[in-house]
Design a binder for this molecule. Structure first.
Ligand code: EPU
Length: 423
């Protein structure tokens, strides 16, 4: 398993370009199953999770052509199987989202249950209830969800019990080919959902209201091909901005979109960063200062994203003052806390492990660390960048799932970081 070796103590300084959003691109690859013609997705990040999704499409018999610039062309009408197996689905929960598009287009789909994951149990009850509201027959059999419908799905009025990103995307995709109108209430509003809807509309869907709590989908009989460019990855972009703030440095992330990161930028300003936004992207300058601690609560968009909680926790760990960080999205997303504490941080978990009380310390010290979730792992890299000495971050295949060329990008910013390959 590869590791990252980080020699800490350098202030990050430089410019880089944000990659395309993983959490948009993954869903667009599944959405292509709705079309009768080839769909081309561009600005796709070169990541392990994308490769897994391509493998899943391949396992269905779907032809996928990838060029050297990561433009991905999907020929869904070459599909030969409607079963997505456990071996692939268990490695990435987003793969479960092939179910709705296959069901809507071909009337049948058999997809393995995704199961739990490191950050919590993550059920799919809302996905299934939404599909059932559209008339899908759903049966569970030996760990697989068997979904079917005679003819087309039927438009319906459905309200999610709570905000779910995947649930909103899944039911929205299925409803595009349903007969009549679907109204979805209490929808999640993340920018990736808007991006997905723009892609679906380019394929001939009729979706409105996306980005608000109520999405209206007028079903169409068929969908055609399109070319769609994925938005910039707001979580990746903000990870580099937070890393710059933590090290007292200056970083410009080109293509990062201010409107997708408002709450995060406000928090970074509260921490003492100077933020400048122009046509090219977002620049953060800490001017060598130690950050001030910032308290926050994670919640669905537009609030502070759970996917940046671990990274900002590291910033808080070396900040001036005390912060409270509350996680409300996932049950078990504080794994990084124990590892950062091993590097000398002073973080206490309370409230049944949903609240972290962070007492800023003057410095962190290098240690061998590892985490079993993507964002927790990258937070340890940030900890390594600011720590005294050489930190080794183990199990970085998690980082490779979501951060394109992570060590190259940090190196562009002046970090001393290298990958240790192991067999
Ligand atoms: N939930 C249910 N039932 C459902 C669906 C969700 O109980 O049917 C629960 C989940 O267990 C969780 C909460 O609702 O506690 C929110 O889950 P949501 O469905 O919103 O998350 P997701 O679609 O599984 C996506 C991202 C995550 C990101 C979350 C929240 C993708 C591929 N994943 O997950 O990204 O943290 O939304 O914003 O889009 C990451 O990129 O590192 C990552 C984990």
């Amino acid at each position: 398993m590869d590791k990252l070796l980080i020699h800490g103590g350098t202030r990050l300084d430089g410019e880089l370009r944000a990659s395309g959003a993983k959490n948009s691109a993954l869903k667009m690859l599944t959405a292509s199953l709705l079309a009768n013609e080839p769909v081309t997705i561009s600005n796709v990040p070169h990541l392990r999770d994308i490769t897994t999704m391509i493998e899943i499409l391949g396992s269905l018999g779907v032809e996928v052509v990838v060029d050297e610039k990561m433009n991905i062309e999907i020929h869904a009408n070459t599909i030969k199987s409607f079963t997505a197996g456990y071996d692939l689905v268990k490695t990435m929960r987003a793969s479960f989202l092939v179910l709705g598009p296959m069901l809507a287009h071909y009337g049948q789909a058999i997809v393995s249950l995704p199961g739990g994951c490191a950050i919590g149990p993550r059920p799919i009850d809302q996905h299934l209830r939404g599909l059932q509201a559209l008339g899908a027959r759903i049966e569970m059999n030996e760990g697989y969800v068997h979904a079917s419908v005679d003819g087309r799905l039927k438009g319906a009025h459905f309200s999610f019990d709570f905000c779910t990103v995947g649930g909103t995307e899944h039911v929205m995709m299925a409803a595009t080919l349903a007969e009549g109108q679907t109204v979805l209430e209490n929808c999640a509003r993340e920018p990736e959902i808007v991006d997905l809807a723009n892609c679906l509309n380019a394929m001939g869907a009729d979706i409105s209201g996306v980005g608000t709590g109520t999405i209206v989908i007028n079903g169409v009989e068929s969908m055609h091909g399109c070319t769609h460019r994925v938005i910039a990855d707001r979580v990746e972009a903000a990870t580099y901005l937070i890393a710059a703030a933590t090290t007292g440095g200056r970083v410009k992330v080109k293509e990062a979109q201010q409107e997708h990161l408002e709450v995060v930028l406000t928090k970074l300003e509260e921490a003492g960063a100077e933020i400048t936004v122009d046509d090219e992207g977002i620049e953060l300058d800490m001017k060598g200062k130690r950050p001030k601690a910032v308290s926050l609560v994670t919640a669905p968009y537009p609030a502070f994203p759970t996917d940046l909680q671990a990274q900002i926790m590291v910033m808080n760990s070396i900040a001036e003052g005390t912060a409270t960080v509350k996680e409300t999205i996932f049950e078990n997303r504080f794994m990084h806390v124990h590892e950062i504490n091993r590097m000398g941080a002073n973080i206490r978990l309370e409230g049944n492990n949903t609240i972290a009380l962070v007492e800023g310390v003057a410095e962190l010290n290098a240690a061998p660390v590892m985490a079993n979730d993507l964002r927790a792992s990258v937070s340890l890299v940030i900890a390594g960048l600011v720590a005294k000495g050489d930190t080794i971050v183990d199990r970085i295949y998690h980082i490779d799932r979501g951060y394109e060329q992570v060590e190259e990008k940090f190196r562009i910013l002046g970090a001393h970081i290298e990958r240790i390959h192991s067999r």
